[in-house]
Design a protein around this ligand. Structure first.
Ligand code: PLP
Length: 499
């Protein structure tokens, strides 16, 4: 059974939400713009979900529109704010010059600011608000820069670390400035009270797929009186605020999730989530002694654990956990294909090794106690397997071949067979320089071993990987299968390239 622990990337769709989506496709399938009975039924569904969303968010007034997700909500908010500035400048008014955004903000925010600032020809200055080692915004810095700020963008909770922003502190720091304020509520919805009205937040985008609704549905709240410009023009849907026939299956599913939030009997309360986090943290500590957590628990979402294990790179750890059916990620999902250390952890000033080896484990408020227990058991089993592997590799003398010896062997006969055991994505990013290597990722090694087991005894098989750790495992495995002439490139490709 898969134990999915990557809820900050996306969640499965709640059973009630699936049923609601199916009903919207099969029964209430009308176009809410049609004036006949089918259209009116669809319109009632749309209005009903909007009313639920307003209650859940505590916003009886202002705009509440359905979007395709948070990225679209962010575009609409940024366009609205910047277009208003453009109009003010065109009318001869002098406008503030800074676009402030949190240094750990989701990429969609910084990129939207850059994009619309350039497209509207505003030439304003985007500037990252620094964060402390706890991941929270530097409020003194913000207070200092707020008077020159046109727009301030700060997420409510961070997707990589779970760090919860001090929204009251931010509200205080920018209160006198007149700057517009965008709060990315994606990771906070259903987990934290956002108090949008009380805090006078101008724009708040949300995403359905982070909270058990399907991908392709989201919401944007816009405070009454805050500037608004439609991102899409067309048939006048969403009161001409967002053209395009509505994603009714998505709206219906989101409605079911919002109802579940309102009823309070589907999602676990915060105290339970904190208990689940404590269990997982203990299991991680047992499995990998020396593990460090990269964000303080008391100011983070209880559903996110970002951690690093000294001496173990993120990818190796993710592969190990994946083999046990535990789905976790390194950094954010959007950055998962990149081999770079996490920007978020670097902005927090964490040591390079910690930022480079960070793993994110995030669970959902619908996960049961039994699910968390199973996750803990598997984490402990992974720790035991890891220690067994490490001691087996260390116990095998003469498993390693260094770069000069491999070079010499490659000039001799029989030529060694070189096998790259990194995952395909790593191999694509960093080719094995000068080594004509066969590719066989460690995760698929069991299938590949029989190919080399029966090679002539005098043919060396040399495994290579990034650091020499996975290749040592592979060489050990092939020796155990009976081919004694199996080797691991010492120091891995990192040292091979340097040499
Ligand atoms: N903001 C945050 C904090 C996120 O975590 C994400 C998704 O990763 C987004 C914005 C973008 O959301 P969507 O996938 O709905 O466009």
């Amino acid at each position: 059974m898969e134990i999915y622990l990557d809820a900050n990337a996306t969640t499965p769709v709640l059973a009630q939400a699936r049923a609601a989506a199916l009903a919207a496709m099969a029964d209430t399938f009308g176009n809410p713009s049609s004036v006949h009975g089918s259209g009116l039924q669809a319109r009632a569904l749309l209005d009903g979900v909007r009313a639920t969303a307003r209650r859940v968010l505590g916003v009886p007034g202002g705009r509440l529109l359905f979007t395709s997700g948070a990225t679209e909500g962010i575009q609409t908010a940024v366009l609205s704010a910047l277009d208003a500035l453009r109009q003010r400048r065109a009318a001869g008014e002098s406008i503030p010059t800074l676009l402030l955004y949190g240094a750990t903000e989701h990429k969609a925010v910084a990129e939207a600011l850059r994009h619309w600032n350039a497209l509207l020809g505003l030439g304003l200055e985007p500037l990252a608000i620094p964060v402390g080692c706890d991941g929270r915004h530097d409020l003194d810095w913000l207070r200092q820069h707020a008077p020159r700020a046109a727009l301030v963008c700060t997420m409510a909770a961070n997707n990589e670390t779970g760090v919860v922003s001090d929204l009251d502190g931010i509200a205080g720091a920018i209160a006198a400035s007149g700057a517009l304020w965008l709060v990315d509520g994606v990771q906070a919805l259903g987990k934290l009270p956002l108090r949008l009205l009380e805090r006078r937040i101008d724009y708040a985008p949300f995403s359905g797929h982070k909270l058990y609704a399907p991908k392709g549905i989201g919401m944007l709240y816009v405070r009454e009186g805050a500037p608004f410009t439609a991102l899409m023009a067309g048939g006048g849907q969403e009161s001409a605020q967002r053209a395009g026939t509505e994603n009714m299956a998505g709206v219906a599913a989101l409605g079911a999730v919002l109802q579940a939030l309102e009823s309070g009997d589907v999602f676990a309360p915060v105290a339970t989530l904190q208990a689940h986090r404590a269990q997982l943290a203990t299991a991680l500590g047992d499995a990998f002694p020396g593990v460090v957590f990269n964000a303080p628990f008391d100011t983070s979402l209880p559903t996110t654990l970002n951690f690093s294990v000294p001496g173990v790179d993120a990818r190796a750890l993710i592969d190990l956990l994946d083999a046990a059916g535990l789905r976790v990620s390194g950094g954010s999902a959007c950055g998962a294909a990149r081999a770079a250390p996490s920007d978020v952890l670097q902005a927090m000033g964490l040591p390079a090794w910690q930022a480079a080896s960070a793993v994110r484990l995030s669970f959902g408020a619908a996960d049961s106690a039994a699910f968390v227990q199973e996750a803990c058991a598997r984490l402990r089993a992974c720790g035991a397997a890891w220690r067994a592997d490490a001691s087996a590799a260390a116990a095998q003398p003469g498993l390693e071949i260094d770069a000069p010896a491999l070079r010499a062997a490659l000039r001799g006969t029989p030529r060694p067979l070189v096998v790259d055991v990194r995952e395909a994505s790593e191999q694509g990013l960093q080719p094995a320089a000068g080594l004509a290597a066969e590719a066989a990722p460690l995760s698929a090694l069991a299938d590949a071993l029989p190919r080399w087991r029966d090679l002539p005894a005098e043919t060396p098989v040399v495994f290579v990987c990034r650091s020499g750790r996975r290749s040592a495992q592979a060489a050990g495995a092939l020796r155990r299968q009976g081919h004694a002439n199996a080797w691991s490139l010492a120091g891995g490709l990192a040292l091979w390239s340097a040499a």
